[in-house]
Structure formats: C-alpha cells, structure tokens
Design a protein around this ligand. Sequence first.
Ligand code: NAD
Length: 336
Amino acid sequence: MIKVALNGYGTIGKRVANAIMLQPDMKLIGIAKTSPNYEAFVAQKMGINIYVPQESIKSFDEAGIKVAGNIEDMIRETDIVVDATPNGVGAQYKELYQKFGKNAIFQGGEKANVADVSFSSLCNYNDAIGKKYIRVVSCNTTALLRTICTLNKLSKVEKVRATIVRRAADPKEVKKGPINALVPDPASVPSHHAKDVNTVLKDLDIITMAVIAPTTYMHMHLLNVTLKSQVSKEDVINQFLNTNRFLLVRGKSKVNSTAEIIEVARDLGRIRNDIPEVVIFEDSIYTKGNEVFLMYAVHQESIVVPENIDAIRASLNLASAEDSIKITNTSLNIGK
Ligand code: NAD
C-alpha cells in the first residue's frame, strides 16, 4: 500500500481523494485544508484525516474540526502528494515537496514547467514512469488527448481542428459568469488548449478555438480530425467502444444534451453525478475520406480523476499503463 496525501480539497481534490480511497494499492493518509469550511466538515464526517497550516489549527479547533497535524506533518508522512490547489498555488508548494523529497502530481492549472512531464494516460503513460513531478493536463486537454490518441490507434492523426464550448463555472462557483452571454475565450485563435495538447503530443498539427457558455454541467467539443488513411463510421464507433474511458450515447435513447447526460448519471446513482468518461454523441460521428467529425461532452469536475490515479502509479512505477488503467477503471466503475 502506498501512502498518498491530498493537498487542496476542492472540486478536483475531493474527487481524487475519494478515488484514492477506492484503490486496492493506495491509502489516503489525509487531506490539507486552509479554511474550516463545509468541505472540511464533510471530510471529517467521512473519517478523513485533516491537516492544516500551523497558524490555522486554532480556527479549525474553534470550528469543531479535529486536526491531525500541520501540512508539513502530512507531507513528511506520505509517499506522494496529489496537489489540487488553485491555479499557480501548486507551483508555490513544490518547494515543500522537494524539501521532503516527495513525488507530486500537479493539475492542469499549473504551468507545464512545474513538472517533468505533462500527462495523459492513453497517450504517454510510459513517458511518466518514474518521474518525480507529473502534471495531469486540464479537463479540456485530457478529453482532447484521450480522443486523439484513441483515433491515432485506428490511423495516424495528421491534423486536428477543434471548437471548445466551455462551461462558465463549476456548479458550486457562485461568483463566476457569464450568465447571459457567449464569450470567445479568447477572441484570438488558437486558444491555449492547442498549446496544452502539444505539451504531450509535441509535433501534432492542432488548432483550437474556445467560447465560454452560461452552463455549469459540462463542456462540449466539436472535433474535426484528419487521419492518414480513410476510415468508416463503423471503424470509428468500434474504436471508441473498444477503448476504456469513453461512453457513446445515441439520439434514439433521447440523450441529446449535457443536461440529459447528467440526469443519466444521477439516475445511475453515480457519486456527485460524476462522469469521468468522455461522452460521445454517436450520431455526430461522420467520416469523409480521411476526415472524422464528432461531438462529445466532457464532465469537467471528474474527467481528470482517473488520470490522477494513473499518474500516481506511473510516478512510483507501480504498474504498467495497461495494468494501471485496468485497476483504475475497475475500482471507479468506469465505462459501466
Ligand atoms: P477549487 O478552488 O475547487 O479547489 C481548490 C482547493 O484548494 C480549495 O478547497 C481551496 O480551499 C484549497 N486551497 C486554496 N489555497 C490553498 C493552500 N494554500 N493550501 C492548501 N489548499 C488550498 O479548484 P479546482 O477547480 O479543484 O482546481 C484545482 C486544480 O485543478 C487547478 O489547477 C485547476 O485548473 C485544475 N482543474 C480544474 C477543473 C475544474 O473544472 N474545476 C478541471 C480540471 C483541472
């Protein structure tokens, strides 16, 4: 059992913490919180050890939250840290991880140079084996990379053009917008997502454009991929059906929107209605010669969770890509 600590228990952190607790080869030793808010109360209710900055111990005590120690105690005790603190904060913590000689997994909000490698399970697991610092790319980039690397197994991907419709905020975020506008993100092209894909697939010809939409449920990607050879719609469907971490939905089933996808997740009793799989609208798959067109939805709050778990195994060289992906999928019920 390897010991894992979670620093930054927010949208991504709480989900990764849950996932760690479900792994047969990992033990969550605790989480770090800076404020005694509702997330700290819920963690306490779940029996998770809570570590806090030394100067905050008193405020947690006063709020009735039992503290296991300070953040340095947590880092000292663990084998590896998953850092899911807000954008840029992870880079500040890196010094502490280095001080104690601990491996760390960072998130996509950090600059790529925070880590030795940017990571996507289906694209470059082997490049990350034994790496001390790994950055799991953002939600949009994770979806793009999963999709591109899966199509690449069918026929070499030569060119990608993608339009990203981004959710404006996560459901818990009360201060973000827009609530009544579509906002180019940014108005210039390409958006940063293409550059982020190139942190993993260095030579890929990819251009992305993005727009922010007033929704909290999911992102949507409209993708046009040029392959080296001609493929059929059936080839593409089978490729996704045979690859973990994708779900295909058909118009016939009346799942035609992100709202209905989330409703299915609720009906299935999935924790927090999470959908770590990329959800492809099967009817949108269209091929013309070497070109493939498709649309899919991305649950931003949970898509990077399995990649974080795989990144832990890669960093500590605990399993091959195939084995890690299998253990992660089984433990998290992915694709079911
Ligand atoms: P969040 O704000 O929901 O969570 C961050 C947590 O870190 C909060 O609980 C906050 O209290 C805590 N925190 C703040 N400062 C801290 C500190 N100094 N020490 C310890 N904890 C601290 O953020 P998030 O959405 O979970 O994002 C975390 C990372 O994941 C970012 O890099 C982000 O870009 C990336 N990411 C986010 C999403 C998403 O859709 N939310 C998707 C993929 C990747």
